[in-house]
Design a protein around this ligand. Structure first.
Ligand SMILES: *Cc1c(COP(=O)(O)O)cnc(C)c1O
Length: 430
């Protein structure tokens, strides 16, 4: 295996010296390649919407927008981020089961492409807010379908969920499309699950979602201006996994898209992509602080841990599986098993168990690969008051700091110590 020492010619040691560790490093060339490969393979009339949830950094979003990605957002800040990243309102959709009135009003004011509605109560609120604003809200219905699929890291359909409206309940809503004068029903959204690595599952999902969308639009009498087939495309993290084969996916999915388009030439087709677009481009860089052994096992205690990278603890599984972890330097000696742990005072703060690494030295840099999705934003960054790590994007051979590290004063700033609670000096000891 070649030594991992640089990204686009910029050495990790240089990045660590300049920005400190722990540090997230994103490689724009990998981001570009991941996007472009999928873009080239799939039907060009399928729109890609980047799910900011996976990585809400504005620079990442801007890069993807520059490549042609649109945005799927789920909070006011994500909406503002997408706008600041240059995504036009007509290329933004907003979803989430608990949208606030403020968020819905922002969607209306910005005139985004669609609000993805997740409950009948929300539909009533959208209607009243739209009428108060003197506008008509474009709304896609998020459906909790009766069917479910295997082969996803998380099964969504066919079970009780807080997401979307049950298919059966929707089918009973006679006259829904004309019930609310402030609402224009215009589409259907279904999200079947995440971490899907089987192209057949993606194609099957999409086919069934198209059928469902046709049934719903006929039953409730609204046009299909938008059908969002969710996505949930995965990347391989663990030893037993393989990356999704893009050519196989294209071979199976493009005919499904083509058939639907033949019947509905005017419908905008959307796929949401979070993890798939950003995971491979990110690496979490940590420095080894201490080496020790305990009851026969080697430990490398690093300055970074699960407070920045909760996913490394194990994604939805009870058995710990390791993300790929590498020495970012030159190996001297044969690989041996290491426990790679962080600075938190909990045994769960383990980035990798029995990771095969060459003999380590204090000060070595280690990298947790494939970490560009669901990193710090999906982690308890406040734990032990460590705060957010720095993030650097390397683009055209140059590093850019795209997020500053939280400092202790940042962590303290938003706390208040009322005078009444201020500790009095203890009674002096004579
Ligand atoms: C989380 C989420 C996504 C992104 O999922 P990935 O697996 O990261 O692609 C897309 N759509 C919805 C509705 C989501 O909840």
């Amino acid at each position: 295996m070649a030594d991992d020492v640089d990204v686009q010619g910029v050495r990790y040691e240089e990045l660590a010296a300049r920005y400190g560790t722990p540090l997230y490093v994103y490689d724009s060339a990998v981001l570009d390649a991941q996007f472009s490969q999928l873009r080239a393979a799939l039907d060009p009339r399928l729109d890609f919407f980047f799910s900011l949830k996976a990585n809400p950094n504005v620079a990442i979003c801007a890069r993807l927008a520059g490549l042609g990605a649109h945005a799927e957002v789920s909070s006011l800040t994500e909406l503002l981020t997408a706008r600041r990243a240059g995504v036009r309102p007509e290329n933004i959709i907003f979803l989430g089961p608990g949208k606030s009135a403020e968020e819905l009003q922002a969607c209306l004011a910005q005139r985004i492409h669609a609000i993805v509605c997740e409950s009948l109560g929300e539909l009533r609120l959208i209607d009243s807010l739209a009428r108060a604003a003197g506008t008509i809200a474009p709304v896609a219905l998020r459906v909790n379908p009766n069917f479910s699929v295997k082969g996803s890291g998380l099964t969504m359909g066919g079970r009780p969920r807080q997401f979307g409206i049950d298919e059966d309940e929707l089918m009973r809503q006679n006259g829904l499309s004309s019930r609310y004068p402030g609402v224009r029903l215009m589409g259907v959204h279904v999200y079947m699950g995440t971490r899907i690595l089987d192209p057949g599952v993606v194609a099957d999902n999409s086919r069934r979602i198209f059928e469902l969308a046709e049934r719903l639009s006929a039953r409730l009498d609204f046009p299909l201006e938008l059908v969002d087939v969710g996505g949930g495309l995965g990347v391989a993290y663990f030893d037993n996994e393989q990356d999704l084969d893009v050519d196989t996916l294209a071979g199976l999915l493009n005919p499904v898209l083509g058939e639907f388009r033949a019947r509905h030439p005017g419908t905008r087709l959307v796929m949401e992509l979070g993890r798939y677009l950003t995971a491979p481009s990110g690496i979490y860089v940590v420095r080894v602080r201490y080496l020790k052994s305990s009851l026969g096992q080697r430990f490398a205690v690093t300055d970074g841990g699960t407070h920045h990278h909760m996913a490394a603890v194990g994604i939805g599984s009870y058995v710990k599986r390791n993300f790929p972890i590498r020495l970012l330097g030159t190996a001297t000696g044969a690989a041996e098993p290491w426990q790679v742990t962080g600075p938190l005072c909990t045994p769960n703060d383990t980035l990798g168990k029995n990771v095969m690494l060459p003999p380590l030295r204090t000060g070595d840099l280690l990298g947790v690969l494939r970490s560009g999705a669901y990193g710090p934003t999906a982690s308890p960054v406040q734990f032990l008051s460590h705060g957010y790590p720095a993030e650097v994007l390397v683009h055209d051979g140059r590093p850019y700091l795209v997020r500053e590290r939280d400092r202790p004063e940042d962590m303290m700033r938003r706390q208040h110590l009322p005078g009444a609670l201020r500790a009095r000096p203890a009674v002096p000891v004579r």
